[in-house]
Design a protein around this ligand. Structure first.
Ligand SMILES: N[C@H](CCC[C@H](N)C(=O)O)C(=O)O
Length: 317
Protein backbone atom coordinates (compact mmCIF):
# COMPACT_ATOMS: atom_id res chain seq x y z
CA UNK A 1 0.00 0.00 0.00
CA UNK A 2 1.45 3.43 -0.92
CA UNK A 3 1.35 6.13 1.80
CA UNK A 4 2.44 9.75 2.15
CA UNK A 5 4.38 10.27 5.39
CA UNK A 6 5.38 13.69 6.71
CA UNK A 7 8.61 13.50 8.71
CA UNK A 8 8.19 15.97 11.56
CA UNK A 9 9.79 16.99 14.84
CA UNK A 10 8.98 18.81 18.04
CA UNK A 11 12.25 19.83 19.70
CA UNK A 12 14.01 17.25 17.49
CA UNK A 13 11.79 14.42 18.85
CA UNK A 14 11.19 13.02 15.38
CA UNK A 15 8.25 11.07 13.93
CA UNK A 16 6.57 10.00 10.73
CA UNK A 17 3.05 11.51 10.73
CA UNK A 18 0.17 10.53 8.41
CA UNK A 19 -3.60 10.53 8.08
CA UNK A 20 -5.37 7.19 8.15
CA UNK A 21 -8.89 5.78 8.23
CA UNK A 22 -7.82 3.57 11.09
CA UNK A 23 -7.74 0.09 9.56
CA UNK A 24 -4.04 -0.86 9.77
CA UNK A 25 -1.49 -2.54 12.01
CA UNK A 26 0.15 0.68 13.22
CA UNK A 27 2.34 -1.13 15.75
CA UNK A 28 3.89 -3.17 12.95
CA UNK A 29 4.28 -0.03 10.81
CA UNK A 30 6.11 1.77 13.65
CA UNK A 31 8.54 -1.13 14.01
CA UNK A 32 9.15 -1.22 10.25
CA UNK A 33 9.70 2.55 9.92
CA UNK A 34 12.04 2.61 12.94
CA UNK A 35 14.10 -0.09 11.28
CA UNK A 36 14.18 1.87 7.98
CA UNK A 37 14.97 5.28 9.53
CA UNK A 38 17.17 5.53 12.63
CA UNK A 39 16.20 9.22 13.07
CA UNK A 40 12.67 8.55 14.26
CA UNK A 41 11.26 7.99 17.74
CA UNK A 42 7.82 6.73 16.66
CA UNK A 43 4.80 7.43 14.45
CA UNK A 44 1.84 9.81 14.79
CA UNK A 45 -1.44 8.58 13.29
CA UNK A 46 -4.12 11.20 12.53
CA UNK A 47 -7.62 9.67 12.46
CA UNK A 48 -11.17 10.96 12.11
CA UNK A 49 -12.97 11.83 15.36
CA UNK A 50 -16.67 12.29 16.13
CA UNK A 51 -15.94 14.49 19.15
CA UNK A 52 -12.98 16.61 17.98
CA UNK A 53 -11.27 17.96 14.85
CA UNK A 54 -9.17 14.76 14.73
CA UNK A 55 -7.82 11.92 16.83
CA UNK A 56 -4.11 11.26 17.47
CA UNK A 57 -2.62 7.84 18.20
CA UNK A 58 1.10 7.48 19.07
CA UNK A 59 3.26 4.40 18.62
CA UNK A 60 6.83 4.12 19.93
CA UNK A 61 9.64 2.57 17.86
CA UNK A 62 9.06 -0.78 19.59
CA UNK A 63 5.41 -0.80 18.47
CA UNK A 64 4.01 -0.01 21.92
CA UNK A 65 1.15 2.52 21.95
CA UNK A 66 1.39 5.53 24.27
CA UNK A 67 -1.55 7.46 25.71
CA UNK A 68 0.05 10.83 24.92
CA UNK A 69 2.94 12.57 23.15
CA UNK A 70 3.51 16.27 23.77
CA UNK A 71 6.00 16.98 20.98
CA UNK A 72 3.94 14.87 18.59
CA UNK A 73 0.71 16.63 19.51
CA UNK A 74 2.20 19.98 18.44
CA UNK A 75 2.95 18.50 15.00
CA UNK A 76 -0.55 16.99 14.73
CA UNK A 77 -1.99 20.34 15.86
CA UNK A 78 -0.19 22.10 12.99
CA UNK A 79 -1.39 19.55 10.44
CA UNK A 80 -5.03 19.73 11.59
CA UNK A 81 -5.10 23.55 11.91
CA UNK A 82 -3.64 23.94 8.40
CA UNK A 83 -5.95 21.25 6.98
CA UNK A 84 -9.09 22.76 8.55
CA UNK A 85 -7.92 26.38 8.13
CA UNK A 86 -8.32 27.19 11.84
CA UNK A 87 -5.95 28.66 14.42
CA UNK A 88 -7.32 26.60 17.33
CA UNK A 89 -8.58 23.04 17.46
CA UNK A 90 -9.36 20.10 19.73
CA UNK A 91 -7.51 16.80 19.27
CA UNK A 92 -8.85 13.58 20.76
CA UNK A 93 -6.18 11.46 22.49
CA UNK A 94 -6.44 8.16 24.35
CA UNK A 95 -7.49 9.69 27.67
CA UNK A 96 -8.63 13.26 26.88
CA UNK A 97 -9.62 15.69 24.11
CA UNK A 98 -7.01 18.43 24.25
CA UNK A 99 -7.06 22.06 23.13
CA UNK A 100 -4.31 23.09 20.70
CA UNK A 101 -3.53 26.45 19.10
CA UNK A 102 -1.17 28.16 16.73
CA UNK A 103 1.18 30.59 18.52
CA UNK A 104 3.46 33.42 17.43
CA UNK A 105 6.53 31.83 15.88
CA UNK A 106 9.38 31.16 18.32
CA UNK A 107 11.66 32.60 15.72
CA UNK A 108 11.16 33.82 12.13
CA UNK A 109 9.78 30.92 10.15
CA UNK A 110 9.49 28.36 12.94
CA UNK A 111 5.89 27.13 13.16
CA UNK A 112 4.95 27.19 16.87
CA UNK A 113 1.99 25.56 18.60
CA UNK A 114 0.71 25.36 22.17
CA UNK A 115 -0.96 22.17 23.39
CA UNK A 116 -2.76 21.20 26.57
CA UNK A 117 -1.21 18.33 28.53
CA UNK A 118 -3.85 16.44 30.49
CA UNK A 119 -5.00 14.54 32.54
CA UNK A 120 -2.44 14.67 35.38
CA UNK A 121 -2.32 12.02 38.12
CA UNK A 122 0.07 11.33 40.98
CA UNK A 123 -1.67 8.12 41.91
CA UNK A 124 0.88 5.31 41.61
CA UNK A 125 -1.88 2.97 40.46
CA UNK A 126 -2.32 5.17 37.35
CA UNK A 127 1.33 4.81 36.35
CA UNK A 128 1.33 1.87 37.41
CA UNK A 129 4.08 1.81 40.01
CA UNK A 130 4.01 -0.40 43.05
CA UNK A 131 6.39 0.58 45.82
CA UNK A 132 6.09 -0.36 49.50
CA UNK A 133 2.32 0.25 49.54
CA UNK A 134 2.67 3.98 48.75
CA UNK A 135 -0.16 5.78 46.90
CA UNK A 136 2.02 8.69 45.67
CA UNK A 137 5.76 9.32 45.33
CA UNK A 138 6.73 12.99 45.14
CA UNK A 139 10.25 14.38 45.58
CA UNK A 140 11.67 11.54 47.67
CA UNK A 141 14.76 9.37 47.03
CA UNK A 142 14.24 5.77 45.96
CA UNK A 143 16.86 4.38 48.33
CA UNK A 144 17.69 1.36 46.13
CA UNK A 145 18.62 3.82 43.32
CA UNK A 146 20.31 6.63 45.26
CA UNK A 147 19.87 8.54 48.51
CA UNK A 148 20.82 11.76 46.68
CA UNK A 149 18.20 11.91 43.91
CA UNK A 150 14.66 12.98 44.89
CA UNK A 151 12.30 11.20 42.46
CA UNK A 152 8.68 11.98 41.58
CA UNK A 153 6.22 9.74 39.74
CA UNK A 154 3.48 11.36 37.66
CA UNK A 155 1.18 10.37 34.77
CA UNK A 156 0.30 13.04 32.17
CA UNK A 157 -1.29 10.59 31.37
CA UNK A 158 1.67 8.54 30.10
CA UNK A 159 3.99 7.49 32.94
CA UNK A 160 6.99 9.54 34.06
CA UNK A 161 9.66 9.10 36.72
CA UNK A 162 11.50 12.37 37.30
CA UNK A 163 14.75 12.78 39.23
CA UNK A 164 16.30 16.12 40.19
CA UNK A 165 20.04 15.64 39.68
CA UNK A 166 23.29 17.60 39.89
CA UNK A 167 25.15 18.73 36.78
CA UNK A 168 27.58 15.81 36.85
CA UNK A 169 24.77 13.22 36.72
CA UNK A 170 23.32 15.21 33.83
CA UNK A 171 26.59 15.23 31.89
CA UNK A 172 27.30 11.51 32.39
CA UNK A 173 24.15 9.67 31.20
CA UNK A 174 25.27 6.20 32.33
CA UNK A 175 23.43 6.36 35.69
CA UNK A 176 20.19 7.43 34.02
CA UNK A 177 20.59 4.81 31.31
CA UNK A 178 21.21 2.01 33.85
CA UNK A 179 18.05 2.73 35.87
CA UNK A 180 15.85 3.61 32.88
CA UNK A 181 16.74 0.28 31.27
CA UNK A 182 15.98 -1.47 34.56
CA UNK A 183 12.57 0.19 34.99
CA UNK A 184 11.73 -0.61 31.35
CA UNK A 185 12.84 -4.21 31.64
CA UNK A 186 11.71 -7.03 33.90
CA UNK A 187 11.27 -5.20 37.23
CA UNK A 188 9.05 -5.27 40.28
CA UNK A 189 8.11 -1.58 40.20
CA UNK A 190 6.85 -0.35 36.79
CA UNK A 191 4.78 -3.08 35.17
CA UNK A 192 4.24 -1.07 31.93
CA UNK A 193 7.65 0.64 31.83
CA UNK A 194 8.18 4.37 32.37
CA UNK A 195 9.77 7.43 30.75
CA UNK A 196 12.75 8.39 32.96
CA UNK A 197 13.89 12.02 33.07
CA UNK A 198 16.81 13.67 34.85
CA UNK A 199 16.26 17.36 35.58
CA UNK A 200 18.95 19.93 36.41
CA UNK A 201 18.25 23.60 37.22
CA UNK A 202 20.15 26.04 34.96
CA UNK A 203 20.32 29.74 34.10
CA UNK A 204 16.84 30.72 32.89
CA UNK A 205 15.08 27.41 33.45
CA UNK A 206 15.70 23.68 33.73
CA UNK A 207 17.51 21.13 31.57
CA UNK A 208 15.68 17.80 30.98
CA UNK A 209 17.04 14.67 29.36
CA UNK A 210 14.66 11.71 28.91
CA UNK A 211 15.11 8.01 28.32
CA UNK A 212 11.78 7.22 26.73
CA UNK A 213 9.76 4.06 27.27
CA UNK A 214 9.65 2.12 24.00
CA UNK A 215 12.44 4.19 22.42
CA UNK A 216 15.52 4.97 24.57
CA UNK A 217 17.25 8.36 24.87
CA UNK A 218 15.55 10.95 22.66
CA UNK A 219 16.39 14.60 21.93
CA UNK A 220 13.30 15.64 23.88
CA UNK A 221 10.09 14.22 25.31
CA UNK A 222 7.25 16.74 25.45
CA UNK A 223 5.21 15.10 28.19
CA UNK A 224 8.39 14.53 30.22
CA UNK A 225 9.48 18.17 29.91
CA UNK A 226 6.03 19.33 30.97
CA UNK A 227 5.89 16.87 33.88
CA UNK A 228 9.40 17.96 34.89
CA UNK A 229 8.31 21.60 34.85
CA UNK A 230 5.34 20.68 37.07
CA UNK A 231 7.56 18.88 39.58
CA UNK A 232 10.05 21.77 39.51
CA UNK A 233 7.23 24.17 40.45
CA UNK A 234 5.75 21.86 43.11
CA UNK A 235 9.14 21.44 44.79
CA UNK A 236 10.01 25.15 44.69
CA UNK A 237 12.83 24.73 42.18
CA UNK A 238 10.95 27.05 39.79
CA UNK A 239 8.10 29.53 40.32
CA UNK A 240 4.68 28.58 38.90
CA UNK A 241 4.00 30.08 35.48
CA UNK A 242 6.17 29.82 32.36
CA UNK A 243 9.11 27.42 32.76
CA UNK A 244 11.69 27.36 29.96
CA UNK A 245 12.84 23.79 29.48
CA UNK A 246 16.10 23.14 27.62
CA UNK A 247 16.83 19.72 26.16
CA UNK A 248 19.30 18.13 23.74
CA UNK A 249 16.94 19.03 20.88
CA UNK A 250 16.25 22.67 21.72
CA UNK A 251 13.96 24.50 24.11
CA UNK A 252 10.22 24.63 24.86
CA UNK A 253 8.00 26.66 27.18
CA UNK A 254 5.93 24.77 29.74
CA UNK A 255 3.22 26.76 31.49
CA UNK A 256 2.28 25.38 34.91
CA UNK A 257 -0.78 26.65 36.74
CA UNK A 258 -2.19 25.22 40.00
CA UNK A 259 -5.17 26.10 42.16
CA UNK A 260 -5.46 23.54 44.95
CA UNK A 261 -5.74 20.15 43.26
CA UNK A 262 -6.54 21.72 39.91
CA UNK A 263 -3.41 21.61 37.74
CA UNK A 264 -3.33 23.04 34.20
CA UNK A 265 -0.34 22.34 31.94
CA UNK A 266 0.46 23.78 28.51
CA UNK A 267 3.44 22.95 26.26
CA UNK A 268 4.54 25.50 23.64
CA UNK A 269 7.21 24.86 21.05
CA UNK A 270 8.06 24.19 17.43
CA UNK A 271 6.20 21.90 15.03
CA UNK A 272 8.67 21.48 12.19
CA UNK A 273 8.16 19.56 8.94
CA UNK A 274 11.40 17.95 7.74
CA UNK A 275 10.30 16.15 4.56
CA UNK A 276 7.44 14.61 2.58
CA UNK A 277 7.98 10.89 1.96
CA UNK A 278 6.24 8.46 -0.37
CA UNK A 279 6.34 5.04 1.30
CA UNK A 280 5.47 1.58 0.00
CA UNK A 281 4.16 -0.43 2.93
CA UNK A 282 4.21 -4.20 2.62
CA UNK A 283 3.26 -6.69 5.32
CA UNK A 284 6.63 -8.29 4.52
CA UNK A 285 9.07 -5.81 6.12
CA UNK A 286 11.75 -6.63 3.55
CA UNK A 287 9.44 -5.33 0.77
CA UNK A 288 8.59 -2.02 2.50
CA UNK A 289 10.57 0.93 1.23
CA UNK A 290 10.71 4.72 1.09
CA UNK A 291 10.13 5.56 -2.59
CA UNK A 292 10.92 9.28 -2.51
CA UNK A 293 11.92 12.07 -0.11
CA UNK A 294 11.15 15.76 -0.70
CA UNK A 295 13.21 17.76 1.82
CA UNK A 296 11.71 21.00 3.13
CA UNK A 297 13.50 24.26 3.99
CA UNK A 298 12.13 24.75 7.52
CA UNK A 299 14.88 22.81 9.30
CA UNK A 300 17.46 25.44 8.35
CA UNK A 301 15.58 28.03 10.40
CA UNK A 302 15.18 25.57 13.30
CA UNK A 303 18.96 25.00 13.31
CA UNK A 304 19.51 28.78 13.42
CA UNK A 305 17.23 28.86 16.49
CA UNK A 306 19.22 26.07 18.15
CA UNK A 307 22.43 27.97 17.44
CA UNK A 308 21.00 31.01 19.21
CA UNK A 309 19.98 29.16 22.40
CA UNK A 310 22.73 26.55 22.54
CA UNK A 311 25.10 28.71 24.65
CA UNK A 312 22.61 28.29 27.53
CA UNK A 313 22.46 24.51 27.52
CA UNK A 314 25.59 23.33 25.68
CA UNK A 315 27.18 22.39 29.07
CA UNK A 316 24.82 19.38 29.16
CA UNK A 317 24.52 18.42 25.49
N1 LIG B 1 7.64 7.20 24.91
C1 LIG B 1 6.39 7.78 25.43
C2 LIG B 1 5.49 8.22 24.27
C3 LIG B 1 6.06 9.39 23.50
C4 LIG B 1 6.09 10.62 24.37
C5 LIG B 1 7.06 11.68 23.94
N2 LIG B 1 7.70 11.53 22.68
C6 LIG B 1 6.46 13.06 24.10
O1 LIG B 1 6.80 13.97 23.31
O2 LIG B 1 5.68 13.25 25.05
C7 LIG B 1 5.64 6.71 26.23
O3 LIG B 1 5.72 5.55 25.89
O4 LIG B 1 4.95 7.12 27.19
Amino acid sequence: MEMTLIKVHGSMNTFYMFESDGRADFAQLAIQLAALDKDIDGILVILPSVIAHAKMRVFNNDGSEASMCGNGLRCVARYVCERDKVKEAVIETMRASLRVKKEETLNEGIETYAVEISPVSFSLSRLPLSYDGNSEWIHKPLSFVSEKIPFSAVAVPNPHLIGIVSADLQKDTSHQQKWAQYFNGNNEYFSDGVNVSYVTPMEGGIFVRTYERGVGFTNACGTAMTASALISCMTGLMPYGDVFVYNPGGMVKCTVRRQGDNIRLQLTGNATYLSINEFEWSVKAADSKILSVERLEEQTRYEEFIEQISSASKQFV
